[in-house]
Ligand binder design. Structure first.
Ligand SMILES: [Zn+2]
Length: 277
C-alpha cells in the first residue's frame, strides 16, 4: 500500500471517525488479519485506523482502535482522494468525470484553469472530455475529503431512528433508515455525483446518486422532483420530502439507503448520526 493511498484512507476515516467503536488489546498469537476478521472489518480499515506501517508486526499488549464496521465499509469502499500515488508513477493526475469542467477541477485542486491548460497543452477550456487524464501541477493539494450531507435539509438526530433490518410487508426487511420531516422539506444531494430518478410502486418518486466517493445513495417517497438527471453537486436540491410509493398514509419521510460500491445496502444509522445533527 502506498503512503498516498494509506493517507487517503486515513483521511476518509476523518469523516466518520466519530463512529469509532472500540479498542482491542492484542494477545499472544494474534495477527492483524485475525483481529480484522473477528470484528468483521476490512484489514486495511484496521491498518488505516491505527496508522500501522507494517501489518505483519503487531506486538502483544498493543492497543488497537477498532473502527465502527459500517464506517469502515464506507471508508474503504474507494479511496476518496483522486490524486494518484506519487511514488514513481509520475506527476499527480485527475480523470475527468461526466459533467466536470476545467474550472471546477482547477478549484478542487487549488490551481487555475490557465495552469491546467498549460500543463496539459490544452488550447481550449472546453476540450476536456470524460475519461481524459489531466496532469496536475506537482503542488496540487489533495482535494479536501468531503463529508456527506444529511439528505434531508435541517434534519437532526431525533428525526430518525435505527430501523434497519426491521421486518416489512412481504417478507422484506427495511434496507435503510427513515428520516421524518415536514412535507415539502428539501431533499439534497449528500455528495456530488450522477443523479438518476427512480420510480416504482414501493419507491414512489425516488433518486439514486452514484457519488464521486464510490458510494451509491438512494432516497424514496418524495412528493416532487427538483433536479435533472445527470451531474449534481453536493447540496443541490433533488426534491421534497413526501409520502409517495408505499409510504402512502405514513408521516412524510425520506427513506434513505447507503450502498458502498453500488452493492448491498448497509445500516446507515451511524453515518446519519454524524451527518444529521
Ligand atoms: Zn423506510
Amino acid at each position: 500500500m502506498t503512503s498516498a493511498r494509506l493517507l487517503a484512507i486515513v483521511l476518509a476515516f476523518g469523516i466518520t471517525g466519530s463512529a469509532s467503536a472500540s479498542t482491542y488489546t492484542v494477545k499472544r498469537g494474534d495477527t492483524l488479519s485475525a483481529v480484522a476478521a473477528r470484528f468483521k472489518i476490512p484489514l486495511k480499515a484496521l491498518v488505516a485506523a491505527n496508522k500501522i506501517a507494517d501489518p505483519d508486526r503487531v506486538r502483544e499488549g498493543q492497543k488497537l482502535d477498532v473502527p465502527d464496521r459500517k464506517a469502515a465499509m464506507v471508508a474503504v469502499a474507494k479511496p476518496i482522494v483522486a490524486v494518484e500515488p506519487a511514488g514513481g508513477a509520475g506527476p499527480p493526475s485527475h480523470e475527468v468525470k461526466p459533467g466536470e469542467t476545467l474550472s471546477g477541477i482547477a478549484r478542487r485542486y487549488g490551481t487555475t484553469v490557465a495552469e491546467l491548460q498549460a500543463i496539459n497543452g490544452l488550447s481550449n477550456a472546453d476540450a476536456v472530455r470524460d475519461g481524459k487524464k489531466l496532469k496536475l501541477p506537482a503542488s496540487a493539494a489533495a482535494p479536501p475529503v468531503v463529508t456527506p450531507l444529511c439528505p434531508v435539509k435541517g434534519a437532526g438526530k431525533f428525526d430518525f431512528s435505527n430501523s434497519f433490518g426491521a421486518p416489512r410487508h412481504g417478507g422484506r426487511r427495511h434496507a435503510g433508515n427513515d428520516i421524518f420531516a415536514k412535507r415539502g422539506t428539501p431533499v439534497v444531494a449528500s455528495v456530488a455525483g450522477t443523479l438518476r430518478v427512480v420510480r416504482g410502486s414501493l419507491t414512489g418518486l425516488g433518486y439514486e446518486i452514484d457519488g464521486d466517493d464510490g458510494v451509491r445513495y438512494y432516497g424514496a417517497h418524495m412528493d416532487s422532483l427538483r433536479a435533472r438527471e445527470g451531474r449534481v453537486n453536493q447540496g443541490d436540491v433533488v426534491g421534497t420530502v413526501g409520502t409517495t410509493g408505499n409510504a402512502m398514509g405514513t408521516p412524510p419521510h425520506l427513506h434513505f439507503e447507503v450502498k458502498p460500491g453500488g452493492g448491498a445496502s448497509i445500516d446507515p444509522y451511524s453515518l446519519l448520526r454524524s451527518w444529521c445533527r
